[in-house]
Ligand binder design. Sequence first.
Ligand code: 16G
Ligand code: ZN
Length: 547
Amino acid sequence: EQQRSILIQSASRFPPPPGVKFSYGTAGFRADASLLESTVFRVGILAALRSIQTGSVIGLMITASHNKVSDNGVKVADPSGGMLTQSWEPFADALANAPDSHSLLQLLDDFVKKEKITLEGAPAAEVLLGRDTRPSGMSLLDAAKQGITAIMGASARVMGVVTTPQLHWMVRAKNKGVEASENNYFDQLLASFRYLLDYIPQRNSRNNVTDKLIVDGSDGVGGEKLEKLKTRLGYLTIDVRNYGDGVLNEGVGADYVQKEKVVPRSFGPADAGIRCASLDGDADRLVYFSVLSNSNKIDLVDGDKILSLFALFLKEQLGILNGPEDAKANKSYQASLGVVQTAYANGASTDYLKQLGLEVVLTPTGVKYLHEKAAEYDIGIYFEANGHGTILFSDAFLSWLETRNNELASTSKGSDQHKAALRLLAVSKLINQAVGDALSGLLLVEAILQHMGWSIHKWNELYQDLPSRQLKVKVVDRTAIITINAETTVVRPVGIQEAIDTETAKYPQGRCFIRPSGTEDVVRVYAEASTQEAADNLARSVMRLVD
Ligand code: 16G
Ligand code: ZN
C-alpha cells in the first residue's frame, strides 16, 4: 500500500508528453531531450525492478551517443555489464507509453506478478547512474533517481559524467566484487596496457612506430576522460582535440568521420601522415584515420580494420601458445576463435578474415546481437564497421589460461609461449568485456601497432576496402520492410529482393542490402562494388526501388 502511494505520487510529477510514442530501440530510448523526463523516470523504476529480480547491481546510462546535442536517451545495463535482456524490452516499451499513473501502476502490478518479483522484503536493490556531457543530462539523471527510489529498498548511486562503456564496466565490476570506480577502471586499463608494451618483441622495440597520436574527442565525455588518462600513460604522446569546447558531435566524432570520410573539426592538412583517431559522443565507438596531404579527405581505418588487427594478433598469440609439442602432451586447449560482423562490414574485410582461416558470422545490426553471438566462442571478436566492438573471453578459456600461465612461469619463464600467455591475459584485462569501449580499444590498437612495429599506413594495407555507399530513404512506415539472414535478404514487401538482386548482378563485386533503421524513421541502403561510381549507382538505383 505504501509502495503504491509512493509510486502514484512520484509518477504524477512526471506526466508523459501527449502524442509521443516511445520505443526501446537498438540502443534504448532516444528522443529530443525535452520529451524524455517521464521515460527516464520510468526506466528508473524498471532498473530497480531488474536489480531486485537479479539480486545484482544494474546500470542506467543517460546518453544519445553520436546524435545531436539537443537529443538525449536512456539505456539499461544488465548484471553482466551487457545490454538489458531482450525479454524486458516489451515491458520497457509499455512502461514508457503508459498514458497515466493509473495505467502505469497496473502495468507494474502485472509485470511484477508475471516475472515473480517480490517487492515486500526484497533484498536491497542498487542502480549505478551515469550520464554523458549533454546539458539535459542533469535533470534527466534526477528523474532517473526518482524513478529508482520510488521502489522501496532501491537506491541509486550516481557515478556522474562517465563514458557509456565506463558505466557498463562498473556494473560488471561491482557484480564481480571489484570496486566500481573510475580510478579502478583507469588502473586496470593502464596496468594491462603497460604489460603488453613490456612484452613487445625486441625487433620492434619502439623505433618503427611514431609515439604520437591525435584524438578527436567529439566534444564529448571521451575526450575529457582521455585527457585524464593520458597523463598516466608513460610513453605515447596523445594530443586530444575537441574535448569539450565545441558543440558535441557537430562536424566531429567517429560517426561523422566514418560516414563522411572527411577530417573532423580542428584537423587539417598540417596533420597529414600522423596517426589520428576519433571517438563518438559517449566513447563507445572508435575509428582511426590519417589525413591526406593538401585536402580535407582522409584514409579511413574503420571498425572492420580494427577487428582485423585484433584478430590477426590474437590468432598469432594463440598459435605461439599452443606449440606443437603441447598438442602431443595434451597441454593445448583448442580455443575457438570467432569473428562477428554485420552486413555493413566491408566485403574485403570479410574475405581477409576468412583467408586468415577464421570463422566469420554475420548478425543483424546492433550491439546486443553481435555481443550475444561473440559470447559463444572462447575468444569472440565483434565489431561494427562504425567502430563499436570488443573482444569476449569465455570463463573456461580464461581459467585454463591462468593455470597454463602459472605452469609456464615455473617451467619456462620468459619463453615465447609464456609471453604469449601473458599477452592474452593482458588483452582480456585491457579490453572492456562488458561492451565496446573506445578508450580501451584505443589502448589495445596502440599496443598492437607497437608490437607489430606498424605505422597506420602499414595497418591500413592489410586489405583494401571495396568502395561503398550508404543512403537513406524517408518512408511512411519502415516496419513494412522485413529482413532475414542478418538483414541481407528482404522478405517483405514481396518481390523487392529479386529487384535488388537484378540490379546488383549488373556490377562487378556488387553487393547491396536494405534495412529499416532501428533508430530513425528511415530505410537504409548499403551498396558495395569495384569502383566508387559503381557503388554510388547501385545504391541510387536500389534507393529508387524503395521510394
Ligand atoms: C545503435 C547501435 C549501433 C548500431 C546503430 C544502427 C548499440 C549500442 N548501438 O547506435 O550498434 O550500429 O544503432 O543504427 O547497439 P540504425 O539502426 O539507425 O542504422
Ligand atoms: Zn556511442
